[in-house]
Design a protein. Sequence first.
Length: 290
Amino acid sequence: TPHSKLAHVYTLIRSHKQHRRAFLKSILRHFEDVKNSVNWLLYLADILAYLPYSTLEEPLFVVHHIEMTISVTGSSLLQHFKEALGLDATHDEDNDTMDSLCQKVIGDQSSLHDCCSNCQGCMLLLVLKQHLKQLYGLSDSKCQQYSPTEASTKAYDKAPTRKQGVVFNPEFVIALLKSENLNSKIVRSKEECLYVYFQFKNLLNSLDPFEHDEDDSDDKDVLPHVQIQDQPKMEAVNTSSEASISKKASRSRMSSSSSAGSNGCKKNSKKDAKKKRRLISADSSDDDRI
């Protein structure tokens, strides 16, 4: 199984919440600086992916801070990408294709190349978030409900269950590092930059935590009316179930009382039989005396 290089260090501090959180924050803070090398960020992401988390609160804490970082840096990086491609606010992104955007990229492409390099750390965080959610079975609602500032986190102190076969594998970053190692003076083409743009935008939109909030808010506008209509039916079901339960209880009481009565009758019949035997024996002894 994969093993984190700082697993031993983490086991020494994970029992203390303050030290544990400070350790995780110190690693996640490196992803906020776009000047850090992709190789270094990949090393840190691999550490976070395979740390021996002992409670459910630990991976939730990492996912929470990933969402905070993405909400700030991810949206700004996507905006820089659009500016480098010459896309304004009125542009319809639904009809974007590789060919249509290639025609818009004209002249100096240095800003586009910078965007491709700067977004790698954010893409690593997005893949890391997806990996932790799959590995520990963290749903979107559970991640949204979690807050590190809660007064009581006893619900998250239980040991997490890890799924087998879940591997942290950011293929696009690894492929980028392999190409840079083969040629240190690599110059990306327009198609390669646009491929990174589409990958980053799709990954950001698919894992954006705020999209689920919007969906939930739309559902909340409809659900109250449904619940109000269904309440009488639920009450009727509950009353009928209570009646059936009371009937069953009364039947059980009747059966228990009848069984108790039968047991009492059996005991009384035994006593009467003993008394008869004593009388018979007494009569026989009197006959012998006579």
